[in-house]
Ligand binder design. Structure first.
Ligand code: NDP
Length: 283
């Protein structure tokens, strides 16, 4: 199969490309320059079977007003251009998987795919706008919106940053530690993508999170245990407010999210337990 991917050069995109290549599929990277050209985008999409929309500027930089616009535009405009191209095609790919994030949900409660509850901050607003663009896809193309938790892997994403302080004996709990930290191991994310491709009846939202509900304190204590390090410190939330500005919410707040779709389908997680996921990353 030919699988077109926006954001193919990123942490998750590279992992997906490697996986599809190993499985004898042909990944096609939709670079920024291809996305920017309406004709180029349509001609690159011709003959593809699936499109996966991952593109988005990193949220880990300081959220200045200008950078917040980039976080938003890199997702919303890319998705709009992609959906416009797909809607114009006579023979479009049969499946479009468009990414979003668990930041769409509020910090209180436990949320499955059918939860109508929404958060209030900037990231919720980004996710809602991102998903809204994807939903403009014409009927006839199967649309799946994957809401990722924090993706844990060796080669990128948040895990190397989250685990580094533990290596240097300064791992800590952030704030009161009760903020949710939904996560998924990158190997499970890649397998779940293949699962979505295979299960043609699945449409709509699918939360990509492991079955183990986790909060920040549990994450820190598990990391400390696996890495044989102490977890003595608790860093007050205001320190992150000073350091990160509005972006402090990335670490001082978080959601509790489950994936009713993956759990009830019998999807087998290779890393259902955080301890094993962290062990695989530090090994
Ligand atoms: P990376 O930061 O590693 O990669 C981002 C990708 O998006 C790169 O290929 C980059 O291309 C591309 N990109 C950035 N800005 C633009 C733009 N303006 N136009 C087109 N492409 C752009 O991210 P990840 O691989 O970790 O994440 C992929 C997606 O998954 C992101 O949208 C992210 O928000 C979402 N997600 C990730 C989570 C995680 O834990 N990693 C959790 C929840 C959601 P280039 O090389 O040209 O810069």
């Amino acid at each position: 199969m030919k699988i077109a991917i926006t954001g193919a050069s990123g942490f998750i995109g590279k992992k997906l490309c490697d996986f599809f290549l190993r499985d004898n599929h042909t990944p096609v990277a939709l670079s920024r320059s291809i996305i920017a050209s309406p004709e180029g985008l349509i001609s690159t999409l011709e003959g593809t079977d699936i499109v996966i929309n991952l593109a988005g500027a990193s949220i880990s930089k300081r959220w200045t007003t200008k950078y917040k616009q980039e976080i938003m535009d890199s997702r919303v405009l890319t998705t709009r251009r992609l959906v416009t191209a797909l809607n114009q095609m006579a023979a479009p790919p049969s499946l479009c998987i468009s990414v979003s994030a668990v930041g769409i949900y509020p910090d209180s409660g436990v949320h499955g795919e059918s939860s109508p509850m929404r958060g209030t901050g900037f990231l919720t607003h980004v996710c809602e706008s991102w998903e809204q663009e994807a939903r403009m896809l014409k009927p006839g193309i199967r649309l799946v919106i994957t809401r990722f938790g924090v993706v844990l892997g060796k080669e990128g994403g948040a895990a190397p940053l989250m685990l580094a302080p533990f290596r240097f004996f300064v791992g800590s709990i952030i704030g009161n530690g009760r903020q949710g930290l939904p996560w998924i191991h990158i190997d499970d994310l890649v397998n779940a993508m293949q699962w979505l491709i295979d299960h043609k009846q699945v449409t709509g939202v699918v939360n990509f999170v492991s079955p183990q509900l986790t909060n920040n304190e549990q994450f820190s204590k598990t990391a400390a245990k696996v890495m044989h390090r102490p977890c003595w410190f608790r860093i007050p939330a205001f320190v992150f407010k000073i350091m990160l500005g509005e972006g402090h919410t990335m670490v001082t707040s978080g959601q509790q999210v489950v994936s009713d779709v993956l759990f009830h389908s019998g999807f087998k997680f290779r890393y259902p337990k955080l301890e094993d996921a962290i062990r695989s990353i530090i090994s």
